[in-house]
Design a binder for this molecule. Structure first.
Ligand SMILES: [Zn+2]
Length: 349
């Protein structure tokens, strides 16, 4: 579509470099598509309501978990499984979001591809992700987690794809899997052939026990990208000030090298990540390759952005009780509204 706006050529280029993920220039400038998506909403469960989820003692005893339970405000006696889903659906229904990726969590596997329960601190099975998505089929999209180190990883990929999963999640530092290991090349080639979007945690992790933080290095995404996958680097390689090493430059390097790589903005509204979010926002090319993610249930705290938004605007944003709506409004105020449209496009059926 011809246009007088020179920025449009840039957007066209970015749309192309995003392998069509970013949509056409007309969509970016016109009013044809203003649906909002969130690519990173966690499903959690304890297994107390038959979910088959698992939350190990190290997570249950953590300060983060205590805070989470208090924040979610689960009712006395309703149980974690049931209460979590009730609160999640309430938040989604009142959020203004059109599409949401519901993210599961696979376990740890040993060198023979067998489940390693001793090192698995948190698990949300694919089956449960599908079951909860079926409660809001018009909005929820399944993003099961598949650890490529499991012996049946390829079969699991086929099973999930047959059930309409168009994306999957890998969490290398907590699943102890090296996505750069050449043994996983057939898995990534199959993801590419099926056009399954691969979400990979990158950067520092503060909410769950980590087996090896070096596995969160964005440079390790090379194999999946070279195998032809579309990849989303969750958290864009970020951390808090003081986290070592600083992986944000590695994420940016990979983004410039690989047109099929995107980053998600999940966790970037939480305390401690403000500095890295600002670094991402300062780079136009990087900002155009971010897709919206909240990392629900971990809440955004607008007060961290007083410097750019002002005291009053931060207070208004903080007054929004719905955590998903607050996340949308905060990121939009910071100039990331188009990342929400990009996320919705990725989540189209
Ligand atoms: Zn997350």
């Amino acid at each position: 579509m011809p246009t007088a706006d020179p920025r449009c050529h840039r957007r066209e280029f970015l749309a192309w470099t995003g392998a069509g993920l970013l949509g056409a220039c007309a969509t970016a400038t016109g009013a044809t598509n203003r649906r909002r998506g969130d690519l990173h909403v966690h499903l959690f469960g304890s297994g107390d309501g038959g979910s088959s989820c698992f939350l190990g003692p190290r997570i249950r005893r953590s300060a983060t978990f205590a805070l989470l339970v208090r924040m979610l405000g689960l009712s006395e006696g309703e149980g974690f499984d049931r209460g979590y889903v009730r609160k999640l659906l309430l938040a989604i229904d009142g959020s203004g979001l059109d599409r949401v990726a519901l993210v599961g969590q696979d376990g740890v596997y040993d060198s023979g591809g067998r489940p390693d329960d001793a090192n698995t601190h948190w698990r949300v099975p694919a089956e449960y992700v599908f079951a909860v998505c079926a409660l809001r089929p018009e909005r929820l999209r399944p993003c099961p987690s598949i650890n490529p180190a499991r012996a049946d990883a390829l079969d699991e990929l086929e099973r999930c794809h047959a059930r309409d999963a168009r994306m999957l999640k890998i969490h290398p530092p907590t699943q102890g899997v090296d996505v750069a290991d050449r043994r996983h090349a057939p898995f990534f080639r199959r993801c590419a052939a099926l056009d399954v979007l691969v979400l990979v945690h990158t950067g520092h992790e503060h909410s769950a026990p980590v087996l090896d933080i070096a596995l969160a290095d964005p440079l390790r995404l090379e194999l999946a990208l070279a195998s032809g996958c579309r990849v989303v680097a969750c958290h864009a390689g970020t951390g808090r000030p003081g986290d070592e090493p600083d992986w944000l430059p590695a994420f940016v390097t990979m983004l410039r090298r690989h047109p099929r790589l995107l980053g998600d903005s999940s966790v970037l509204g939480t305390p401690g990540r403000e500095r890295d979010l600002r670094r991402l926002l300062d780079d136009d090319e990087v900002r155009a390759r971010l897709v919206h993610g909240s990392d629900y249930p971990f809440p955004a705290v607008p007060a961290g952005f007083r410097a750019e938004l002002g005291e009053r605007r931060c207070a208004e944003l903080a007054a929004e009780r719905n955590p998903l709506a607050r996340e949308l409004a905060l990121k939009a105020a910071l100039g990331l509204e188009d990342s929400q449209w990009r996320a919705a496009r990725l989540l189209e059926p």
